[in-house]
Ligand binder design. Structure first.
Ligand code: CU
Length: 127
């Protein structure tokens, strides 16, 4: 009886360690490719904005980048979820395209001038 308990304990410990290992490898694979460039296939990042108008502007800017298949920004969480074709789209370019229309991302800041031209309701708090 005791050996059986020990065995199943070891087995589950082994499975947990095994799956944790697979997860961390997948996690790394999702974020980087061999050259260290962030992959785009399924990614999300923070974009600052306020309202439905911001949502349209942000999603339109992201979809304007070649290779971006879908873009969904949530005004509550401020997270932009993307699906893209990795052979065409670079995450870096999506950050830049969004900053260009006036929205800061967690990596690229919008130009002050573009930000100041946003409608009043879209003026999100800047740090
Ligand atoms: Cu807005």
């Amino acid at each position: 009886m005791k050996t059986k308990v020990l065995f199943s304990f070891l087995l589950s410990a082994f499975l947990i360690i095994g799956s944790a290992n697979v997860y961390s490898q997948e996690d790394v694979k999702e974020k980087t490719n061999l050259t260290g460039v962030q992959k785009c296939e399924k990614t999300s990042f923070k974009v600052y904005g306020n309202c439905g108008m911001c949502e349209n502007r942000i999603e339109k800017a992201a979809l304007g980048v070649e290779g971006v298949n879908s873009a969904d920004w949530d005004k509550e969480t401020k997270m932009l979820k993307l699906t893209c074709d990795d052979s065409k789209a670079k995450v870096e370019n999506i950050h830049k395209a969004i900053a260009k229309v006036g929205h800061d991302t967690d990596k690229v800041k919008a130009e002050d001038e573009v930000y100041s031209n946003l409608p009043a309701c879209c003026k999100y708090d800047r740090k």
